[in-house]
Design a protein. Structure first.
Length: 493
C-alpha cells in the first residue's frame, strides 16, 4: 500500500479494506455519520519555490543546497544577526542563549538539532514552569522579539540532508486542522549548510567549526552580535491545500445489559512513513512490522470475536489509528474528540510491532534489543493500575506463558517508548493501558521492514494472548482500579 503515509491513497485503501471486513463480520460502525471512519481534516502546506528566496550580503543562496526553510511564511529584509548558542533558556542548567545581547528585530543564529533537545540538556532538566523556568528555541526567540532563526544543524541532520530537503521543499508539511493554535505566527526559520555557516562566521570572534565543536559538546558559549554589516534577507511563500485522513473505529457489543456500556479498547496504527529515499533501489517503506503486525493482529482478533460462540460481557472498541508516525495524530484526535464516552473505556491495549524476533546467532548491533521468538516487551501495564498489571501476567501464565520483558516499563527509559505510541494519549486521559512491543530492529523505518521477515508464530502467540487478556478484562464484574498516578515524567510529553 505504498508505505501507507498519512494522508495517502494507500492508507485510504487500507481503511476501506478494514471497514469491509468489519462490516462483513457484523461490527457496529463507531465513526462519523454511521460509518467506520472518523474523519480528520488536514492542511498540506507546500513551499512555493518560485517565490522563495534568501540572500546573504546581497548574494543569493540556493534553495535546497545552501538552505532548507521551514514551511512557514517569511518576509525578513536585510536583518542583522546575533549568535545565540543553542537557542534555549534553561534556568536549572544556567543556560541563557540571549544573555547580554539585544536580539530584537534581528536574526538569531543557533547551533542545534532543528527538532529535539540540544547537547547537554535532558528532559529531566526541564523542571518548573514552561515559559518561566525553561523555554525552547522558538519560545525564547519569540520572547526576545527575534525576526528569524538560522540553524546550523547537527551531524544527523547533515547526514540526512537530501531526505530533509525532499521533506521540506517537495513533500511539505501536513497538519491536523483542529490541533493548530490560534496563537500568533511562528518565527521564520531556515537550516543552513556548512558552506553558508563558514561564510556567516568568517571574520567573527569565533569561526563556525570551533563553535560547532563547542556547542555540540554541550559546552557553553557567550552569545555575541555578528558584524553589523552582515545582513540576511529571507522570503518564503507557502501554499496550503486541504486534505483528509481517518481513524477506523468499530464496536463489538457486549452481552451484559449493563456492562456492555463499558468498553475494552484495542488499538493499532495502520499508517507508516510512505515512500522515501531509496535504499538499494527500493523507496517503499513497507512497515510490515511497524505496524502491519498490529493492524492485522487487531483484524484477526476482530474476526475471532465475531465467530466466537459467546460474547464478552463488556463491549470491545477497535480503533485503527492514522498518523501515529506523524506524532500520534489519530489517538490524540480520538481521545480529544471521542465517538464514544472516554470515561466508559476501562482499559486500552495497544499493539505496535509484534511481528519480529531475534534469531539465534544474530550479531547485528541494530538487533541487539529485539525480543526473541517467545518474548515481548510489555510497557505501562503496572504504571496506573496494580490490578491490570497482575491481570495481564496471570492470563499469560495460565495460557501460552510468553516471556514478558518489562525493561522499558520505566519512567526513566531513555528511549521514551511510553511516549512514542498511541496508548500514551489514552493514558493521559486517565485510562489504564498495556502496550505490546517487540523492540527496535535493523529495518525500523526502512524499506526492509517487509512481510517476509515476519515471525508469524510469534505474532500468533502474542495476538492470542492479547485476545485472552481482553476477554478477562471484559468479563470481570468491575473495571481495573486506577490506583497510581502516572509518574511525573510521563504526565506530559
Amino acid at each position: 500500500m505504498e508505505g501507507r503515509d498519512t494522508p495517502s491513497r494507500g492508507l485510504d485503501t487500507t481503511a476501506k479494506f478494514l471497514a469491509m471486513n468489519l462490516s462483513h463480520w457484523g461490527f457496529k460502525p463507531a465513526g462519523d455519520d454511521g460509518s467506520y471512519f472518523q474523519k480528520i481534516a488536514l492542511s498540506r502546506d507546500l513551499i512555493d519555490k518560485a517565490e522563495t528566496h534568501a540572500q546573504l550580503n546581497n548574494q543569493p543562496l540556493v534553495l535546497g543546497d545552501d538552505y532548507i526553510p521551514s514551511v512557514r511564511p517569511a518576509d525578513v529584509a536585510a536583518a542583522q544577526m546575533v549568535f545565540a548558542g543553542n537557542g534555549w533558556f534553561v534556568k536549572a542548567k544556567n543556560i541563557d542563549a540571549y544573555k547580554g545581547i539585544d536580539a530584537k528585530g534581528k536574526i538569531a543564529v543557533i547551533f542545534g538539532p532543528p527538532n529535539g533537545l540540544p547537547s547537554g540538556i535532558r528532559n529531566s532538566d526541564l523542571a518548573g514552569k514552561r515559559g518561566e523556568d525553561w523555554m525552547n528555541v522558538g519560545e525564547y526567540a519569540q520572547k526576545q522579539g527575534v525576526a528569524g532563526i538560522v540553524i546550523v544543524p547537527d551531524f544527523q541532520y547533515l547526514a540526512n540532508w537530501d531526505r530533509n530537503r525532499t521533506r521540506m521543499t517537495e513533500r511539505g508539511i501536513t497538519k491536523v486542522d483542529k490541533f493548530q493554535s490560534p496563537a500568533g505566527t511562528q518565527i521564520p526559520q531556515i537550516v543552513i549548510s556548512p558552506r553558508v555557516a563558514n561564510v556567516l562566521f568568517q571574520g567573527e570572534k569565533q569561526n563556525a567549526p570551533s563553535i560547532f565543536e563547542t556547542v555540540y559538546a554541550g559546552q557553553p558559549l557567550e552569545p555575541f552580535a555578528l558584524n553589523p554589516d552582515k545582513k540576511l534577507s529571507l522570503a518564503v511563500k507557502v501554499k496550503s491545500d486541504p486534505a483528509t485522513t481517518q481513524n477506523v473505529v468499530a464496536v463489538f457489543e457486549g452481552s451484559d445489559p449493563l456492562l456492555k456500556n463499558e468498553y475494552v479498547a484495542l488499538g493499532a496504527h495502520y499508517d507508516h512513513v510512505g515512500i522515501g529515499i531509496p535504499v538499494n533501489g527500493d523507496a517503499i517503506y513497507n512497515g510490515a512490522d511497524d505496524d502491519g503486525s498490529g493492524t492485522t493482529a487487531l483484524l484477526a482478533i476482530a474476526e475471532a470475536l465475531a465467530k466466537a460462540s459467546t460474547r464478552p460481557k463488556r463491549s470491545v472498541l477497535f480503533v485503527w489509528h492514522a498518523g501515529e508516525e506523524k506524532g500520534l495524530w489519530g489517538s490524540r484526535y480520538f481521545t480529544d474528540y471521542p465517538t464514544i464516552p472516554l470515561d466508559k473505556i476501562v482499559t486500552q491495549i495497544n499493539i505496535d510491532m509484534i511481528g519480529r524476533s531475534k534469531k539465534a546467532g544474530d550479531t547485528n548491533p541494530r538487533n541487539r534489543e529485539l525480543s526473541g521468538p517467545n518474548e515481548i516487551y510489555v510497557i505501562g501495564s503496572k504504571m496506573m493500575s496494580t490490578e491490570l498489571g497482575e491481570l495481564t501476567e496471570s492470563v499469560n501464565k495460565q495460557y501460552l506463558n510468553v516471556t514478558y520483558d518489562y525493561r522499558y516499563d520505566d519512567p526513566g527509559d531513555p528511549n521514551r517508548f511510553f511516549f512514542r505510541s498511541d496508548h500514551f494519549n489514552y493514558a493521559r486521559k486517565g485510562i489504564p493501558i498495556v502496550f505490546f512491543f517487540d523492540g527496535e530492529h535493523e529495518d525500523y523505518h526502512r524499506p526492509g521492514d517487509s512481510v517476509d521477515k515476519i515471525d508469524f508464530q510469534k505474532m500468533e502467540k502474542i495476538a492470542r494472548t492479547i485476545y485472552m487478556t481482553l476477554w478477562e478484562v471484559a468479563s470481570r464484574p468491575t473495571r481495573p482500579v486506577v490506583d497510581k498516578q502516572l509518574p511525573a515524567q510521563l504526565s506530559g510529553r
